[in-house]
Design a protein around this ligand. Structure first.
Ligand SMILES: C[S@@+](CC[C@H](N)C(=O)[O-])C[C@H]1O[C@@H](n2cnc3c(N)ncnc32)[C@H](O)[C@@H]1O
Length: 126
């Protein structure tokens, strides 16, 4: 992330596309990495993460950003502050969540999202 960010001008937008985001973990993970590398204020001003999937049910799970303690057990301790307790589970903090835009998108049919700095599609093209 620091290397990618170094190539950008200060204040230039940073656009990420998580294609095949399923239940959102990939989008929230990249949000944490960017906020960590840029600082939260810079992240909030510059970052837009487009998180798309063909599966509406997966997007319905992803949008609220609420996970069980088991779901987030692999999140490194230094990122624990990006979550807050929510009725026995953990919600990804809204200050970072609001820069993530979820939407239905079929990679085989729909036009791609343009001008992205980083495209993530782990386990999607398979
Ligand atoms: C194994 S999951 C990967 C989720 C996430 N990228 C990760 O690594 O955690 C694959 C995802 O790709 C989505 N997918 C499959 N075909 C797709 C298509 N044609 N367009 C968009 N998403 C698709 C599925 O709905 C599923 O959520």
């Amino acid at each position: 992330m620091p290397q990618k960010l170094h190539a950008k001008r200060p204040n230039e937008p940073v656009r990420v596309w998580s294609a095949g985001c399923a239940s959102g973990e990939e989008a929230y993970s990249v949000a944490m990495l960017l906020a960590d590398a840029m600082g939260e204020q810079d992240y909030r001003q510059r970052v837009k993460i487009y998180a798309t999937d063909v599966d509406e049910d997966a997007l319905t799970t992803a949008r609220p950003a609420v996970y069980t303690s088991k779901d987030i057990s692999a999140v490194p301790e230094r990122f624990a502050g990006y979550f807050e307790p929510a009725n026995g589970r953990f919600a990804f903090r809204w200050s970072l969540r609001r820069g993530i835009i979820f939407g239905r998108h079929n990679l085989l049919e729909d036009a791609p999202i343009s001008r992205v700095d980083l495209l993530i599609c782990r386990n999607t093209l398979m």
